[in-house]
Design a protein around this ligand. Structure first.
Ligand code: FEO
Length: 388
């Protein structure tokens, strides 16, 4: 349980959750971390805490640097309990510490806990002198909760960004230059798609501020700390929040007797022939949180389901609900599926694709099993409809 000194007097004192595999429904095959940071100056400051079940791990790291009773200020950048869950315990261990949060944050904390501590609400532009350094605050409402904010040390150009720029990775490495960049980008993209994507407008505002302050270190509340390539992750956030896409199609489907799967193969052929990168996602074997990561940078999202009880297959329904909530930007789409008699699936899918704000091309449905003529017709029609 060692702390990690990031810069002189700034320590990572968080906790590693090696075993978590579902983060409120988002699959986390690599686990995660809850990052807390300790600043030793004339005052001692803890920036964020950890999930309550990991409090002892955080305390063990803090105790290697300082007695927790000596903490003067606890900054709570975000109320969600993966970061605030240890506050009740800390309030007991450091009763003289002042809790600093946004006004919305303090309201949220009071609605979660009975802390009985000294509290201070801060807003963008506020500073608290802690000795050599000043804590600066930047409210980031709806990135990704109303209370969210970041804390910044201008002298060190050090940004504690909370959930923004995070990734769900459990590792003994703490920095971006210590892990394979492919893994980092994959997990940062998954995090963006599953947590941040609905708030892309707020991301764009935050990026403007970031370009002014040019942080040399971005220390998020999950995963590794960006110290080598802060520009790289800021550029990716710029791409993801702008809705810019790659020449890529995601074909998402479920199938009952294989007919909709055959249609999925046919439609993917059309795109492949036109030089698109194609990702096939059978929802019987793919997790929706991985599929939505593919959707993040796809130009087209194709969704296929046979008709089941005048609707779509349950996996498709779950995916569509999840995708609608996450608000992907600027997608083109269409629905397809086989049917036996009533054949509602395509219309049901189209309704949700429309609700997502996507361009929806006319859908395709085929009775029972697609034969060769129908398959060719489907391909020909699709090839004509799609503007390549
Ligand atoms: Fe990692 Fe919104 O909490």
């Amino acid at each position: 349980m060692q702390p990690v000194e990031i810069r002189k007097g700034i320590y990572w004192v968080g906790a590693i959750d090696w075993g978590i595999r579902s983060f409120h429904g988002y699959s986390t095959p690599r686990g995660t971390t809850y990052n807390a940071y300790l600043i030793r100056d004339k005052k001692t400051v803890l920036v964020d805490t950890v999930k309550s079940c990991k409090c002892d791990e955080m305390l063990a790291r803090i105790r290697k640097v300082v007695d927790p009773a000596e903490i003067d200020i606890i900054v709570t950048n975000h109320v969600e309990m993966d970061h605030s869950g240890s506050l009740p315990r800390l309030s007991e261990l450091c009763p003289s510490a002042e809790i600093v949060a946004s006004a919305q944050g303090l309201k949220g904390l009071n609605e979660h806990f009975d802390l009985g501590s000294k509290v201070r609400a801060v807003k963008t532009g506020d500073k608290i002198n802690i000795g050599r350094a000043d804590l600066n605050f930047l409210l980031l409402p709806m990135l990704h909760w109303p209370d969210s904010m970041a804390t910044y040390l201008p002298g060190e150009k050090f940004l504690f960004s909370n959930d923004a720029f995070g990734q769900h990775i459990a590792s003994s490495e703490r920095f971006d230059d210590e892990l394979h960049s492919g893994i980092l980008i994959e997990e940062a993209a998954k995090y963006y798609a599953n947590i941040v994507m609905p708030f892309s407008k707020q991301v764009r505002k935050a990026l403007e501020v970031l370009s002014d302050i040019q942080p040399k270190v971005i220390a998020p509340s999950h995963g590794i700390i960006w110290r080598d390539d802060t520009k790289g992750i800021a550029d990716l956030y710029d791409k993801w929040s702008s809705g810019s896409y790659d020449r890529k199609v995601v074909v998402v489907y479920d199938t009952m007797w294989g007919s909709t799967e055959k249609m999925a193969v046919s439609v993917s052929d059309v795109f492949e022939e036109k030089g698109f990168s194609v990702i096939m996602r059978d929802l019987r074997t793919s997790h929706i949180s991985d599929v939505i990561t593919d959707v993040l940078t796809a130009e087209y999202v194709l969704v296929g389901s046979p008709t089941l009880n005048r609707n779509v297959m349950p996996n498709i329904s779950a995916f569509l609900t999840y995708m609608k909530g996450l608000c992907p930007l600027k997608k083109k789409s269409f629905a397809f599926g086989s049917y036996g008699w009533s054949g509602e699936s395509v219309k049901e899918i189209e309704k949700v694709l429309g609700d997502c704000g996507f361009d929806v091309l006319p859908g395709k449905r085929i009775k029972y099993c697609p034969n060769e003529d129908e398959d060719l017709f489907l391909k020909k029609e699709l090839a004509e409809e799609i503007a390549f």
